[in-house]
Design a binder for this molecule. Sequence first.
Ligand code: 48N
Length: 310
Amino acid sequence: MGSSTITETQNAPLSLQGANIFNGDSSLANATNAVFDWPSFEFAPIRESEVSRAMTSRYFKDLDKYAESDIVIVGAGSAGLSCAYVLATARPDLKIAIIEANVAVGGGCFLGGQLFSAMVLRKPADEFIKELGIDYDDEGNFIVIKHAALFITTLSSKVLALPNVKLFNATCVEDLITRTAASGDVNVAGVVTNWTLVSMHHDDQSCMDPNTINAKVVISCTGHDGPMGAFCVKRLAAQGLLKRNRMGCLDMNRAEDAIVRGTREVFPGLVCAGMELSECDSSNRMGPTFGAMVLSGVHAAEVALKVYER
Ligand code: 48N
């Protein structure tokens, strides 16, 4: 191919396959020049507004579609994304919205612990890792994935590829929607959201009202207590609707069993999974091992479906 300018007239899709560009062999220079004539390189022309419309039209279509979601998952850490993977795969008919306060997904799961990259999961959590097709070292009672980021990026890429899932990141759940029956019984019926940067500055900027997402079930996986963590437990406790306990000290064996076993509907319409549960049950923390997060997410998916079908 002579010039590397990709114009509308060329209809042959750009293919680098034949050029072995990615196998690092010495013909790389020839291969890339066969496709890209760098000195005269040009992209196809575009107008800035086309980019803006490409992003905003899709975003607002998604906001409209997921304003009524079947299930909302709060928190895209290891528990929330594991839950989303199981739920959205098992029930492609359900609309699942994931609300993540950070720009990036992953929560505490981009490192294995402190600044160490390898990630430990105790068996039988290896069953889930096999399902994701991630390589690991088998150490007998536990497995080690060479980098925690490999786990969370593989999991998140699979979740985001599912057609019935929408991730709203950089978006914070700053309150819950509830319904109160004539009997006085209260149940959770969705979430109240805002841009995270706005939620962080309600005290020092003129009030900016939130947005809402209605849903039959909310699954809260917002992690440890923290500026935004353990959100739904703290919000219901603040209203006296749920008893708040504090996370216990570290005991790896007790902690992981308790979190997986304790994954449940902690309040009508609200399922809780992952480390947020420790703020409900005062279960111990487990430190740098993630099997309980993964399997709590799996367990939460099953519990949420029962609540949804009720
Ligand atoms: O990773 P986390 O914090 O939470 P989990 O429960 O998925 O995993 C916990 C795990 O990483 C550990 O803490 C490990 C096992 N350590 C244990 C120990 O003993 O130290 O993910 C929670 C996600 C984060 O991405 C937050 O940004 C997000 O939830 N989040 C929220 N998103 C939206 N709205 C909110 N209000 C909110 N609060 C937190």
